[in-house]
Design a protein around this ligand. Sequence first.
Ligand code: FE
Length: 334
Amino acid sequence: MLSRMLAALMLVLISLPAYVSAAGNEIIVYSARNEHLIKPLFEMYTKKTGVQVKYITGKAGALLERLKAEGANTPADVFITVDAGNLWQAAEAGVLQPLTSEILEANVPANLQDPNNTWFGLSVRARTIVYNTTSGADKKLSTYEDLAADNWKGRLALRTSKKVYNQSLVASLIAEHGAEKAEQIVKGWVNNLAADPFSNDTKALEAVAAGIADATVVNTYYFGRLMKKQPDLPLAIFWPNQETNGVHMNVSGAGVTTHAKNKDAAVKLIEWLSGEEAQAQFAGLNMEYPVNTNVDVDPIVEKWGTFTGNPMNVAKYGELQGEAIKLMDRASYK
Ligand code: FE
């Protein structure tokens, strides 16, 4: 009996070191951020640390459903997704665990991380106004709220309310003004539409460039991508709400899964992604802004000028997402 227990113990002792090193040397990431935005960074990380980073990419919603379905059997250690609304949903579904990390606390501003520390922003996107430079719209632009005014009748383009980016924008209006006023604003937008809501930011931008509408609300990197391909389009960025609460900010971010097999290694990867070495690329590859304020913005992005961002905690977008969806429905925002 004793010898059998000893033999079992020996087996554990022999196999343990191999298990630990294999586990610590490979991390599995589920990412809603596109492959070309993460692959170069993971390769850099492997070169530096010897840790292999395997990943699958997919749509934010599908990856979350997969994490939920896999439960304790998930191979994923890290979940990367876009929009605080989606990060909040993941935390709410219980697939992320709280982290204690001085490095993440130092690198990620408090308003760009979960107050419960289950997720941390890794890049910042500004959802701002883009207008047609030949339309004279710049003379009447001021705030998101003002796009609901009568003088915008038939001149506004918007992306669909089904997209989480707009749900987060409307959630921020609810947080700022209360549901009643937020609904008036959204109804005003809908009244001012030049065309049915577009399926993506790029189509909304193209409509503005074509003169179908004078202005739209988009994430700046879509403007960057389109202008890179067609630099002569009559489009420019306007930074709204500079006299009030600032430009609407959102994040892409990451968390460690509840059932991560390699928690310590997973935390280290996210910490590294928030650090100075990785941040310029993590943000720059997508023409976003670094979360780490010690890191310079990409030169193309810098040309769009400086602005004040809304300091609201982005977790609010998740908390108010359900209310925002219902409000947009009441306002007939398709
Ligand atoms: Fe996007």
